[in-house]
Design a protein around this ligand. Structure first.
Ligand code: HSE
Length: 405
């Protein structure tokens, strides 16, 4: 077990979050945590602290017997996985914020934790400052979790808020999100919904005991949203939010996807703006609960890393209890309500829908509103057309389908 008075950290990466952690630790005298060495990739980048801390050799951290915690905050998910593997095999506790790496290697990371019996914590990988993983881990044991839905990406929420409220352009809002250190270095991961999907993959393990491959989860980001549907949303006092959700369909089947959604003021997500994230859980007995906090940026993310470092000193580790209790798997067999905007070059046939409540055609564009089988939607050619925008219109629990075939 790591002694609270003797925490020696080997830090990988000194970007927004790495520097944030440095600053946060300087302001946390209660925790005697010392960053002993920092491994970085870029030889030319100016560093804001004494150069004596830096190295370009990962083994100087991974094989240093004086280092008892490896904190991995780099961008490259494959390099991150290699670092985590070696660190664990050397008996070091590991803290990571790398959602892509964790989502893509979840099974292997579970095996490594079992094999080496070392803790691996990653609260900062989901919703930054919101302690959602630990809540899912420790709670909802007997009161069955029915659903989980969240704004889990700070950058896209910031972009959607700024374009709707401050009337700045999408490009300008994205640039601001990058300048503030919210966006991924490849911002396509944010705006196309991949970052949200990686986070949902991780949350599924802790909420429902499911180890899914990210490819199994459908993700649509905010990149297809156009002026027509944004105008209609504003006129009807709706906001557009990118929501990752998972919902129990039956005892062992769970629906999971990331899609933009129209929300009205009755939704708790309506008031989650700028870089804030919000997660709503629903259980059989407790009904709804809501967690909210800053979802990106140096200090909110570093605060979660700090909390994990502290948790290692009392030997906290994830138990993945739901995996032992339940054997759930993902299913695409359910219905959703959608608004689909398209132009005259890509038709969206009404016959693909279970029911259509509205169909509109104009020079500006066309739209169709209706209920569709999820599997049908994600496999249709039109849904793959980047000029066609699809938004969820209802936050209700997806209905399972009673197929008449
Ligand atoms: N790019 C991520 C986001 C960073 O905007 O939410 C935090 O995970």
């Amino acid at each position: 077990m790591i002694n609270r008075q003797n925490i020696n950290i080997g830090l990988f990466g000194f970007g927004v979050v790495g520097k944030g952690l440095w600053d946060v630790l300087e302001q946390t005298p209660g925790l005697k945590a010392n960053i002993r060495r920092i491994c970085v990739k870029n030889h030319d980048k100016p560093r804001p602290i004494d150069l004596k801390y830096f190295t370009f050799e990962k083994d100087e951290l991974l094989f240093d017997p004086g280092i008892n915690i490896i904190v991995e905050l780099i961008d490259d998910s494959e390099a991150a996985f290699e670092i985590v593997k070696v660190a664990m095999s050397n008996g070091k506790g590991v803290v990571s914020a790398n959602k892509k790496m964790i989502a893509e290697h979840l099974e292997e990371l579970l095996d490594l934790q079992k094999k080496y019996q070392v803790p691996f914590l990653y609260e900062a990988a989901c919703c930054a400052s919101i302690p959602i993983i630990r809540n899912l881990e420790e709670y909802y044991d007997n009161d069955l979790l029915v659903s989980l839905a969240g704004i889990v990406n700070g950058s896209t929420n910031y972009i959607l808020s700024k374009t709707a409220e401050d009337k700045i352009s999408y490009e300008e809002a994205l640039m601001l999100a990058q300048q503030k250190g919210y966006a991924e270095s490849n911002p396509a991961l944010d705006v196309e919904g991949y970052d949200a999907k990686y986070k949902l993959t991780i949350l599924l393990a802790h909420a429902f005991g499911i180890t899914a491959e990210p490819e199994q989860i459908y993700n649509l980001g905010i990149q297809r949203l156009g002026p027509m549907e944004l105008r209609i949303a504003a006129e009807k006092s709706y906001k557009v939010k990118l929501i990752a959700q998972a919902c129990r369909l039956s005892d062992n089947k769970v629906a999971a996807f990331v899609m933009p959604q129209l929300v009205n003021e009755k939704s708790l997500f309506f008031s989650v703006n700028d870089v804030f994230n919000g997660v709503q859980t629903e259980t059989s007995f407790a009904d709804k609960q809501f967690f909210m906090g800053k979802g990106a940026g140096a200090f909110p993310t570093a605060s979660a890393v700090l909390s994990d470092i502290s948790a290692l000193t009392y030997d906290y580790r994830y138990e993945y209890k739901k995996m032992a209790q339940q054997s759930s798997c993902l299913s695409n067999d359910f219905l959703i309500d959608v608004f689909v905007r398209y132009n005259n070059t890509g038709d969206v046939p009404s016959s693909d829908f279970i029911s259509v409540t509205e169909k509109y055609k104009s020079l500006e564009g066309n739209y169709i509103v209706g209920k569709i089988h999820f599997e049908k939607l994600i496999n249709s050619d039109w849904a793959k057309n980047p000029d066609i925008s699809i938004l969820l219109t209802s936050a209700t629990v997806p209905q399972t389908v009673e197929l008449s075939v």
